[in-house]
Design a protein around this ligand. Sequence first.
Ligand SMILES: N[C@@H](CCC(=O)N[C@@H](CS)C(=O)NCC(=O)O)C(=O)O
Length: 206
Amino acid sequence: MIKILGRANSVNVQKVMWCVAELGLAVERSDLGGAFGGNDQPDYLAQNPNGRIPTLVDGDHVQWESNAIVRYLCDRYGSAPWQPDTPQRRGLAGQWMDWYATTMHPPMTTLFWQLVRTPEDKRDAAAISTAHAECSRLWAILDRHLGDRAFILGDEPSMADIPLGCSAYRWHCMDFERPDLPSLKAWWQRLSDRTAYREHVMLPIT
Ligand SMILES: N[C@@H](CCC(=O)N[C@@H](CS)C(=O)NCC(=O)O)C(=O)O
């Protein structure tokens, strides 16, 4: 059986768990990282030298990097719509997945660490303000893209929705004012209607 190593409240583990649930795969997840620890142990580091979560073990195939794991799972076990069915659509899925990782994730991480993991009296107001402005600008780009589509690649959900969809939950649940982005909100509400998203992504933000 496929094994996923990593605690359930990690946004990067959530991408993988949401993906396997949508693909209908049986997996065994183990709590590692954060308060559970274990990711600094030699046996884990032999599988993932970064000491980060998640790690996927699929028989003798071991892989890290959550977006790459989602791509691997959709490629090996998925079909359309989750695995886009043309090179062009796979290219666009990769575009949005990489845009999340390189562009959206850094300021979203600042907001999360400052507002969820840092005591109020130790927060950096300037860092929060800069990250919030940048995230607002970036989510507005996705809002414009979603203006005439239900999901990132069109009428149906695909792997392109997974990284940004996980982050969108945090964006809509953290305690701050958000710009009015109706297409983004409607997309996030469509994701929230999905059982797999509710079970694996809509968890307490800790
Ligand atoms: N680029 C990596 C980042 C992995 C990462 O930073 N994971 C965090 C959790 S979201 C982690 O391992 N933190 C240390 C810990 O949980 O102990 C990926 O997408 O898989």
